[in-house]
Design a protein around this ligand. Structure first.
Ligand SMILES: [Zn+2]
Ligand SMILES: [Zn+2]
Length: 316
């Protein structure tokens, strides 16, 4: 289907790195597939906020969590390692060049700087080439296939390298799309046409779509391998379970899964440090892509833990 879609969107393909998706909410629905190769996700990738010319709100999330497959995370990590190594070598070249320029002479300094810049470039090219060999045939990019541009106060902006994933994401969030630009419209139409030609099974194989039994959901969610899959499943469970008491059971369980690793990391910290870290974490939770009911429960629990640490709230 991905091939069919790529053929169908020939017109949009030249824009494929610049098709931006904007949704009018902090929260967005994640397609259950790897944004790079389209495989079922068995891992997750933390995508850091990327600054752009768009003005973002101060309380934007600093990162977004995406389902990914392990193989693609490996080639992305490899790519990033190549870029960071090259940057470190270039910085070393600047420092060594400045030192030599000052102590020996300008020509010696320039020579060392140019030499280390060339070494950095070659090392990066070699590591990136090795990362490319780790990609599968359906990988859309050797580097990260998702960019997260943050929350502006009214919209969340994202960009994906894969045209099919862009269309899938837009479909999943159609109710919250701010506008559909011509390039995105072409992708959506091509995706519908590709699915008509090559029907694919629902992607919800890892989620029991129809269950409204909270115990079944909790048991199911506990078995899921990643935090992001648990979040997706909890969101779906809360959409299907209507009884308030049963929803609260799911929220309480999800709250435990989300907070347990954070509280483990707080062991052996002083009360003052503990309180400061809880307050910072509460800010992250408020900005994160989580169901509102879960955000409320997590903030309440974090408030109780912060109060138990004593002391005044920071910044007041
Ligand atoms: Zn993948
Ligand atoms: Zn990949």
């Amino acid at each position: 289907m991905a091939c069919a879609l790529l053929t169908l969107v020939r017109g949009a393909r030249r824009h494929m790195n610049t098709v931006v998706v904007e949704v009018c909410s902090r929260r967005f629905v994640l397609p259950l597939e790897c944004p790079c190769c389209g495989a079922p996700p068995d891992a997750e990738l933390i995508v850091p906020f990327r600054a752009s010319r768009r003005e973002m709100a101060e309380d934007t999330a600093r990162e977004a969590l995406f389902p990914y497959c392990r193989r693609c995370i490996e080639h992305v990590d490899h790519w990033d390692a190549g870029s960071m190594t090259a940057a470190a070598i270039t910085l070393l070249g600047i420092a060594a060049g400045a030192l030599l320029g000052w102590s020996v002479g300008l020509v010696a300094g320039m020579l060392v700087f140019v030499l280390l810049a060339i070494v950095g470039h070659l090392v990066r090219a070699q590591i990136h080439a090795r990362a490319a060999t780790q990609c599968g045939r359906s990988c859309v990019s050797t580097k990260r296939a998702v960019e997260y541009y943050g929350w502006s106060g009214s919209t969340t902006t994202l960009c994906f390298t894969s045209p099919s994933y862009t269309a899938r994401f837009a479909e999943h969030n159609s109710a919250d799309l701010v506008s559909v630009a011509p390039a995105l419209r072409r992708l959506l139409e091509a995706n519908v046409e590709a699915r008509r030609r090559v029907p694919t099974p629902a992607v919800a194989a890892v989620i029991p779509l129809s269950s409204s039994d909270p115990a079944a959901w909790i048991e199911h969610i506990e078995r899921l391998p990643t935090r992001v899959l648990r979040r997706v499943a909890a969101t779906r469970a809360l959409a299907l379970v209507t009884s308030q008491a049963e929803r609260e059971r799911i929220v309480a369980a999800a709250c435990r899964w989300e907070l347990a690793p954070f509280f483990e990391r707080l062991e052996h910290t002083s009360r003052r440090q503990r309180r400061a870290r809880i307050e910072r974490f509460a800010e992250q939770v408020s900005a994160d892509n989580l169901p509102p009911a879960l955000v409320g429960a997590m903030l309440a629990q974090l408030g109780v833990e912060a109060d138990a640490c004593g002391g005044a709230k920071q910044g007041t």
